[in-house]
Design a protein around this ligand. Structure first.
Ligand SMILES: *[C@@H]1O[C@H](CO)[C@@H](O)[C@H](O)[C@H]1NC(C)=O
Ligand SMILES: *[C@@H]1O[C@H](CO)[C@@H](O)[C@H](O)[C@H]1NC(C)=O
Ligand SMILES: *[C@@H]1O[C@H](CO)[C@@H](O)[C@H](O)[C@H]1NC(C)=O
Ligand SMILES: *[C@@H]1O[C@H](CO)[C@@H](O)[C@H](O)[C@H]1NC(C)=O
Length: 383
């Protein structure tokens, strides 16, 4: 039997050996981490946050992390591969030395208060797959060197104060999710990368028409969110015929017309589920062609300037669950099918020029326009 003190000594020795065998972080990675931490104002590093535990008296990549480097980074061997800040409200700037962490695969600094430019050196990271800088205060333009990201899959720089033209990343073969929403980008939509699944550029200052050349051959695209910009012209028919498109939100723009083609191309079956083109300036009739999209479940054309009757077919589609047509100049009698017992359509037909919208239906709760308004729109004729 060994005395307890000897056992302890052996254990201690053993753990020293284990610690010694774990790789120590590459010194240029340590330099970069120190520079990143020193870019953050110390007063915005709360005592129990991840960054507070970055004490460089211990090695960042050596495990286990008992007291220091508790979170915000992952390593593979002696290199940092992931930088994921907690949402602690860190304020400051992002050090350009981040580009020394050349094995980074993931950067997620979302929901903090980082400001200043996005350092262009970040775009030289050869293995970066996810860049999430969402909800910070980054400002300035996006450097054109963004095209250097060769492996990028998810790029989210939404909810910042970025401005200037949209970056052209059309040459990327890997990018599938792009979110540039809630910034102040101007100009039109550039050509988009071919393998995009989700595109969100909500609430910016984009203008011009929807260019077909930008969306050409985007065979994977499923979600398009371009609401609250200043787009003009016609919402073109091809837009809804993109092969995998499911969700389209173009609300809150200045489109003046919409073209809905029959989804009858050879070998094509539409996957369209939700369309929101509300709060535009669309004139013309309500196209019956929307009812030919057999998977369409939610449709909003609210607050436009659409006239004429609601085609009967709107009361006969099996897929439609939500229908918002309120705030237009639709006239005539609404389709009876929308009110029959078997219909489960919710939404609104209010604030139009409809006759006999049954008040017993939730769809008709909001009242119709004053008849004087409707007579004026329809050149004195009654609705
Ligand atoms: C790191 O932690 C040690 C031990 O708690 C402390 O003595 C040292 O001042 C700390 N260093 C820094 C840079 O915070
Ligand atoms: C898009 O596809 C068409 C054929 O469908 C092809 O002729 C054209 O070169 C493609 N364009 C690009 C930019 O890949
Ligand atoms: C557009 O902006 C308005 C006002 O900021 C907001 O209420 C609305 O939810 C936004 N709509 C969309 C579709 O993003
Ligand atoms: C329906 O689509 C066809 C072609 O697909 C088009 O010619 C026609 O004008 C469309 N009708 C309406 C009412 O939009």
């Amino acid at each position: 039997m060994m005395p307890i003190s000897t056992t302890l000594l052996l254990l201690l020795l053993l753990s020293t050996i284990i610690t010694a065998t774990t790789t120590t972080t590459l010194s240029s990675d340590i330099t970069a981490l120190k520079s990143i931490k020193s870019g953050i104002y110390p007063t915005t590093i709360p005592p129990y946050s991840c960054l507070a535990s970055w004490n460089f008296t211990s090695d960042p990549c050596s495990t286990p992390h008992r007291t220091y480097f508790l979170c915000a980074l992952s390593c593979s061997a002696n290199r940092v591969t992931q930088l994921t800040f907690d949402h602690a409200g860190y304020a400051g700037t992002l050090s350009p030395l981040i580009s020394q962490l050349t094995q980074l695969v993931t950067i997620d600094l979302s929901d903090n208060k980082l400001s200043g430019p996005i350092p262009s050196s970040i775009f030289t990271l050869p293995f970066l797959q996810t860049l999430n800088l969402r909800s910070n205060s980054f400002s300035g333009t996006v450097p054109p060197t963004i095209t250097n990201l060769k492996m990028i899959e998810t790029l989210d720089i939404s909810h910042n104060s970025l401005f200037g033209p949209l970056p052209d990343i059309s040459t990327s073969q890997t990018l599938t999710r792009l979110d540039l929403s809630f910034n102040s980008f101007t100009g039109s939509i550039p050509k988009l990368p071919l393998n995009l699944l989700e595109l969100a550029i909500k609430s910016n200052h984009l203008s011009g028409e929807l260019p077909e050349t930008s969306f050409n051959n985007l065979t994977q695209l499923e979600v398009v969110e371009l609401s609250n910009n200043s787009f003009t012209g016609t919402i073109p028919g091809w837009f809804f015929l993109q092969p995998l498109v499911q969700q389209v939100n173009l609300a809150g723009n200045r489109f003046t017309s919409i073209e809905i083609l029959k989804p009858v191309k050879a070998g094509f079956s539409s996957n369209l589920i939700a369309v929101d083109v509300g709060y535009n300036e669309i004139v013309g009739d309500l196209s019956v062609n929307f009812t030919l999209y057999k998977t369409l479940s939610s449709l909003s054309l609210r607050y436009n300037k659409i006239q004429g009757p609601i085609p009967e077919e709107y009361g006969e589609t099996a897929s439609l669950r939500r229908l918002f047509l309120d705030g237009n100049y639709l006239n005539g009698m609404p389709p009876e099918g929308l009110f029959s017992g078997k219909s489960s359509v919710s939404g609104s037909l209010g604030d139009n020029c409809l006759k006999k919208c049954p008040a017993s239906s939730e769809l008709c709760l909001k009242s119709q326009k004053p008849s004087a308004t409707c007579r004026r729109v329809y050149g004195g004729k009654s609705n």
